[in-house]
Design a protein around this ligand. Structure first.
Ligand SMILES: [Zn+2]
Length: 445
């Protein structure tokens, strides 16, 4: 009896009706692969007949042979492990029907143990391909997906009420396919994921799932500037303020400044020694031109390639002297950057209102135009503490999932995997602050 208990302990089988005997473990093969078989027995005295319900008194129900089933268990050593369970068959004298003994270690008509299924669920929450989860749990990738689909049912978005502050974003999930997601910006909970991000699809979704009264409760929706969600938001959430994530504003002017530098670099005639030097320096020290002026070092002398012992600020000054256009754009860039990072809306507004100099590059002018167009939404980003940091953090994880899964082609399967992933590893609830934004948003380049 003690061997039986040891084996049950090892296999995490709690069903008292299952027993094991000495020499019950043996090596074998299953579908051509080496495996371990553990032979066990399942029997008990039934309290009643499962067919007609009669109570088992005076031997109404008698034992009637056994039935063997092979049940997949979690791997015990290095090989897949299967339980060959001899299940007792019973016959009922009252109804003349027979039935098989039951055990909670597997669901009815299933040959995969509940322990294995639990393992599949845990592993699915990690960023691992279905194939390797399957291999680790001795089941097929199809089974892994089936388990995910089944478990994800419990986490289906319920669309009961909308939070006051939403955040919208999108992500790529298959070749050229973009999905739309929206979250509760305060908690980071994914509220739902839609297969398409068209205005039509988004409107349909919100109209079908929420009444106007609910939608009117929404106070803010944070979006990134590139996405054309503004009209949909106005229509769906008539009371909501649109917030454009400030990070994207910085990113926008950052890119323009960088393009401007590259354009100027390319006007240099690199066959001339002096021009080649300037070209190389601008190419090498591009990051310094994007850095906030107030963060350049004014005190620390360092040895810089192509410059020698210098201060960071000297290097920037020298490079700006190469070209008046570069200097003009840099000055404007720094003004914008400082207004944005200091949440100084009136300065930003002033910069955007004034006529820009002839020297300002077209890249920068386009950015200014975009900023002017979105000015009311940008203002909101100076007022409210919300940003898209959280949803972008989620998106990064989704990208990892998509990559390890070698690109999900079936949207529903992918969505289920995402829901499971985030339910089992919930995003930590922290107040949205500036530092949070810095953490979440990766390098600006
Ligand atoms: Zn019966």
């Amino acid at each position: 009896m003690s061997i039986s208990n040891d084996i049950k302990n090892l296999l995490d089988i709690q069903d008292t009706n299952i027993t094991f005997e000495e020499n019950c473990v043996m090596n074998g093969t299953y579908k051509g692969n080496s495996c371990k078989y553990v032979d066990g027995k399942l029997t008990y005295i039934p309290t009643h007949c499962v067919r007609c319900g009669i109570k088992n008194e005076n031997e109404t129900i008698t034992k009637n042979g056994t039935q063997m089933s092979r049940i997949t268990l979690p791997i015990t050593g290095v090989l897949p492990t299967y339980l060959r369970l001899n299940k007792q068959r019973f016959v009922c004298k009252a109804c003349n029907k027979s039935f098989t003994a039951k055990t909670p270690i597997v669901k009815k008509n299933c040959f995969i143990s509940e322990n294995t299924i639990a393992q599949v669920v845990i592993k699915s929450a990690e960023a691992q391909p279905l194939l390797s989860i399957g291999r680790d749990c001795s089941v097929s990738p199809t089974t892994v997906q089936r388990v995910i689909t089944e478990v994800a049912k419990a986490y289906k978005p319920h669309h009961q009420a909308l939070p006051k502050h939403l955040s919208f974003d999108e992500f790529k999930y298959a070749k050229g396919q973009m999905a739309f997601e929206y979250i509760n910006v305060a908690t980071g909970d994914i509220l739902d994921i839609l297969e398409k991000r068209t205005s039509r699809a988004i409107k349909d979704h919100f109209i079908t799932n929420y009444c106007l009264k609910d939608r009117k409760q929404v106070e803010t929706v944070t979006i990134d500037m590139n996405a054309g969600y503004a009209n949909v938001i106005k229509e769906m959430f008539p009371q909501a303020e649109i917030i454009i994530d400030r990070f994207h504003l910085v990113q926008l002017i950052n890119r323009s400044m960088n393009k401007c530098r590259v354009r100027i670099m390319n006007t240099f005639n690199t066959s001339r020694g002096e021009d080649q030097k300037k070209y190389r320096r601008l190419k090498r020290y591009w990051k310094l031109l994007l850095k906030k002026e107030s963060e350049l070092s004014y005190t620390e002398y360092k040895n810089y390639d192509m410059f020698g012992q210098r201060l960071e600020v000297n290097i920037v000054d020298e490079m700006l002297d190469y070209d008046p256009e570069l200097k003009a754009n840099y000055t404007l860039y720094q003004e914008l950057l400082s207004a944005m990072t200091n949440r100084d809306f009136s300065t930003l507004e002033n910069i955007l209102e004034r006529r820009s100099s002839m020297l300002i590059s077209n890249y920068m002018k386009t950015s200014l135009k975009t900023l002017r167009k979105h000015l009311p939404y940008i203002k909101n980003s100076f007022i409210y503490p919300y940003n898209n940091g959280r949803i972008e953090g989620i998106n990064n994880k989704i990208k990892v999932l998509n990559r390890v899964a070698y690109g999900y082609r079936n949207f529903t399967n992918f969505k289920n995997r995402i829901l499971l992933h985030f339910k089992f590893k919930p995003v930590q609830i922290r107040p949205v602050t500036e530092t949070k934004q810095k953490e979440t948003h990766t390098k600006v380049a």
